[in-house]
Each structure stands twice: as structure tokens, then as C-alpha cells.
Design a protein around this ligand. Sequence first.
Ligand code: UFG
Length: 343
Amino acid sequence: MHVLVTGGAGYIGSHTVLHLLAAGHEVVVVDDFSNARPTVVSRLEELAGQAIPVHSFDVADIDKLDSLVTELAAEGRPVEAVIHFAAFKAVGESVAEPLAYYRNNLGATLAVAEVMVRHAIPHLVFSSSATVYGADAPVPMTEDLPTSATNPYGWTKVMNEQVLRDAAVAHPWLRVALLRYFNPVGAHPSGRIGEDPSEVPNNLMPYIAQVAVGRREQLSVFGDDYDTVDGTGVRDYIHVEDLAAGHLAALEWIAGHDRALSVWNLGTGRGTSVLELVAAFEAASGREIPYQIVERRPGDIASSYADPTRAQTELGWRTVRSVEDMCADTWRWQQANPEGYPA
Ligand code: UFG
């Protein structure tokens, strides 16, 4: 298939691009590089052994997006599927700048969906999040739980899902997959591409990796009085390579089935606490990770992990990489790129 990948230079997008190319799909990337480095592209080309067409603009710019899709069709490379990653993703920032989050994350999806309808492009894989299960969901989380959110970022995911549900009703030829990611971590086994937060990391794994490599002094563990195995927060960490494989499986599934809208959790089904992840990273890196216990972070929940049964059964996809693999691959990337991608 000819696949347009929005946000293809980002963390999850870049890993997915390699999986698409390896499976023989043709890829065109659109990314505005607001949260990605141009170096990613040369690294991807080196790993893929081929040139990758990249267009640098904001996908919310519907005229530019429409022109690109028109041009590709005229060149005999009509877009048949879109994987839409491009979005802002920092929870705290979304609380401080809700309007920017709604404008960016809704505007991008509206433009993507509208251009797809105009050009009769049927297949869409959308990056959603386990955050749509809200604050009080029971674990393990199944896809039929009600959705809600605790912050503007989360609401943009809930709202985008609704936009796409409505579009799939009105245009029943659409084939939409909503993928609800749990906690993506890890890096490509080459150590050439990985997660590169532009500022102080919000998320646990990149923070631990930066402590291990000496960029930060110590980790703050946000609370040790949750009702969990050791009192620290439990999450379902999923290796970005397994997640990328999940996108390929979802895309190929929707292309072969007549269902307008599909929702799949992408997680391992296993929970790991903060202190368990710290211990696993210490073992993988041979470095000590100093930490201190601090107050709970507002908005955090005790436990979040997937029931991945539906994706396993329908897609025939399952995760194969362990927490040890996640730590080893993150460490390889962090050691080789202590300051992230070169500017
Ligand atoms: N944590 C720390 N210290 C840190 C960072 C995190 O103790 O410096 C803890 C958190 O309290 C939590 C766990 O580590 O218990 C994981 O936190 P992350 O920030 O890595 O991940 P979250 O589960 O909070 O958030 C992630 C994504 C969000 C998404 C959410 C739910 O970052 O985009 O999952 O799907 F909304």
C-alpha cells in the first residue's frame, strides 16, 4: 500500500516507518518537526537502505495536505492509507495551554479525515491512548470501558476518537483503527533511533535513562503509597518495536476486513511498578539509579494495564519483548546518543 504517515519523524512514527518499509509498503512522511529532529530522517534512510520522501508542514494545514495528496495521485502513487501520529502529547503542558492542544490535536485530525473523505482514501490508523479510560477504570482495561479524561491532552484523544467514529458512520466505506497505546518505551535495537524528549522528560523511562547516563542527578518517584505491589505506580510498558508491529498488523487487518471502526488496546497485559522498572534498568545498564520518593503527581492513577486479548485474537499480534529488552534497548540508544539526536 501507499501509506502517508503523519508525525513519521517522531518517536513511535519513526519506528513504524521502518516496519512499513520492511513489509514492502511505500511510505510518504509528513512532519512539521515541531517535536522531532531532521537527523531522524537520515538515520531512517540509513536503517531502511532507501530514500524516504518527507514533507515538512503541519498536517492541520488542509490546503497543503490536499495538494500533497493530489500530487501523489498525479504521480501514480495515490495514497491508500494514512497512519496519523502527529499530535502534541505532554499532559502537563496541555493543562497550561489547553487551547493550543485542542487546536493542534483536533485540527490535525479534522484535516486528515476531511482530505481522506475528499479523495476517497479508506484506511486510517489513529494514535489513541489508554488515557481515554480516565481515572477510575478497573484493570486490566478492556476496549468496551467508557471513555473520559483527566486533562486536555486526554480529552483531545477522546474527542478525536468521537470525530472518527462519527466519520465512520457517515462514510461507511472508511476503515478506521483506533489504537490505544499503553506506555511505549524502548528503542530500535540498532541504537540509531529512539525517544528524544526536547526538554526535561515527563515520562519515567526517558528520565531513568537520563539519570543513568549522567544528564540528571536523581529520579523523583511520584508517591509510594498507592495500593500496588510496592506502593509505586504500576504501568503497562510496551516496547516501541512491538507497538510498531501492532500498527502494521492493524493496517493490514482493516485493509482485509469490512468493518468501519475497530478499537484495539496495544499493551502487554503486564504491569510493572516504578521501582521494578528502576531495578530492571539498573540490571540492564550496570548503573545505579539514585532516586527519592516525593509527593504523588496530580492526575496519576495507581495502576494501568491492558487487556490485550482483542488485538491478540483479531490481529494475531502479540508483544514479544520483555521489560529487560525495553531497558537494554533504551540504554543502548541513550549511551550512543547521550544528548539525543544531534541538532
Ligand atoms: N513517574 C515517576 N517519576 C517520573 C515520571 C513518572 O515516578 O519522573 C511515575 C508516574 O507517577 C507513573 C509512572 O512513573 O506511576 C509512569 O509515568 P509516565 O509519565 O511515564 O506515564 P503515564 O502513565 O503517566 O502517562 C503515559 C503517557 C500519557 C498517557 C498516559 C495514559 O505519557 O501520554 O500514559 O495512557 F496519557
